[in-house]
Design a protein around this ligand. Structure first.
Ligand code: CTP
Length: 449
């Protein structure tokens, strides 16, 4: 087997060799290469100590990324390549940061402290594949297995528990029995992790080809209680409604698998019905209802996304899609469609329709998408006509209203909204002179009242 490195790696290898140091490509890039995938980034490890790496690359731009932990980034051809000294991590703080890093000259010791056998692989052209823990065999047999004692590996960095589920979901691998058992037994350690680190791994699970597999695995291993416990309430929650042939959780999983790989869409699918168990009622005929579940789901979604410190833009978009996922109007008037477009926002419309279609696909057949298709085509038509739709599109602004003698304040917004209503009904009236006339009339009317 021969791994062809990109030329930046070649340059780094030559420099390190010239100074007498050993060097390997290591970890994810070797794993990906063996899987026939294009490696995302190439990590290099060496017996050169951090100061020695800096000395070797004194004529290059270097960044002391993690000097204490032995990582130096070298910039070659505008590409950042990380070089890390072989190390044995000792004595972890909070199950995530090594208190002390001991450098070693042994590639074996370096591979021994890595998370999974499929990641504990190194390669160079002299030694070929360095595979001290049967990583290649596990790759071939599609197994995620911790290096050595799984409890030790997870106690060193408990994020590895979720990483393991993530790799299994991304690669379609099974998790070896002892490794899986240790994941469950060490689950309390997840409490020590920052929400941001959990979020990034969880998102990778959500962005796999079939996200429900990863979610089911998190539940099976009792890890979901530490990530989104609200989802557990949905498992086995019967809907008692002819429109639904699955319980709430199974429905959510089907909707999730039916959405595109887009973070906002996948999060919205996961959370769109999460509030259902909290608003369940049964009528006299025994039929189940979830009145207002979109509102409760929106509240829970906000709580969860805020907990995981998502950015405001994502939180806003997901809340909007969850809140609107039940808006499936029939034969709206043009003015109402414009208001709908305004409320959802042009940029979110496509995602909302996709969520709604996935939602229907996850319910009892036959699946009727006619209303959604109709509304979607109407929205496209109206948007293409470029008719005024928001206050910003009016041929008049707040200053024009103030010139009519109104002081700055809420009333200006009220008048602008009043004018928008008129223009939504009849776009031809969007002309400054006419709108000023309408505003004057409205103000006079108010005075009389
Ligand atoms: N690693 C580890 N424990 C961690 C994180 C990383 O042992 N908690 C080791 C693994 O050997 C891993 C390598 O560091 O292969 C690089 O880690 P990272 O870049 O996070 O992951 P990759 O394996 O490259 O995979 P991906 O790029 O998909 O995250």
């Amino acid at each position: 087997m021969k791994i062809r490195y990109p030329k930046e790696v070649d340059i780094i290898f030559k420099e390190l060799s010239k100074s007498g140091y050993s060097r390997y490509v290591v970890g994810g890039c070797v794993r990906d290469f063996l899987l026939g995938k294009e490696p995302f980034d190439w990590d290099i490890c060496t017996d050169a100590k951090p100061e020695e790496i800096q000395r070797v690359f004194k004529d290059f731009n270097t960044i002391p990324t993690g000097l204490k932990h032995g990582t130096i980034t070298v910039v070659v051809n505008n590409k950042n390549i990380e070089i890390t000294t072989f190390r044995t991590d000792k004595d972890y703080v909070d199950n995530r940061r090594p208190r002390e890093v001991e450098f070693t000259s042994s590639i074996y010791e370096d591979l021994k402290r890595r998370d999974f056998t499929i990641n504990a692989l190194a390669y160079n052209e002299f030694d070929g594949l360095v595979d001290c823990f049967n990583g290649q065999k596990d790759l071939n047999q599609k197994i995620i297995r911790a290096v050595g004692n799984p409890i030790e590996r997870f106690s060193e960095d408990s994020l590895r528990i979720i990483r393991g589920v993530r790799f299994s979901a991304q690669l379609g691998f099974d998790i070896e029995e002892n490794t899986a058992l240790a994941m469950t037994n060490c689950r309390e350690l997840l409490n020590n992790l920052s929400k941001e680190r959990i979020r990034e791994e969880f998102l990778k699970i959500l962005m796999t080809d079939k996200p429900s597999d990863g979610i089911r695995r998190l539940i099976l291993l009792k890890l979901m209680d530490y990530i989104i416990p609200e989802l557990i309430e949905c498992i086995g929650f019967e809907q008692k409604n002819p429109n639904h042939n699955k319980d709430v959780f199974e429905h959510i999983m089907e909707v999730l698998d039916n959405t595109d790989k887009d973070i906002v869409l996948r999060l919205s699918a996961l959370l769109h019905d999460i509030g259902k168990p909290r608003c369940f009622t049964v009528d006299e005929s025994g039929k189940g209802h979830f009145y207002g579940h979109h509102k409760i789901s929106t509240e829970i979604a906000e709580e969860i996304l805020t907990r995981f410190k998502f950015d405001n833009k994502t939180i806003h978009a997901v809340k909007l899609l969850v809140n609107e996922h039940m808006s499936r109007y029939e034969h709206l008037r043009e003015k109402s469609i414009k208001k709908f477009i305004n409320k959802v926002g042009i940029n979110n419309l496509d995602k909302l329709f996709k969520l709604q279609i996935a939602d229907i696909k996850g319910s009892t057949p036959p699946h009727d998408f006619a209303n959604i298709e109709y509304l979607k085509n109407e929205c496209i038509r109206i948007i293409n006509e470029k008719e005024p739709m928001t206050v910003k599109d009016l041929d008049i602004n707040g200053y024009d209203i103030m010139n009519l003698g109104l002081a700055q304040g809420k009333e200006i917004g009220d008048i602008l909204n009043y004018l928008l209503e008129i223009v939504l009904e009849n776009p031809k009236l969007n002309e400054k002179g006419l709108l000023i006339g309408q505003a004057r009339q409205k103000l006079q009317q108010k005075d009389i009242e």
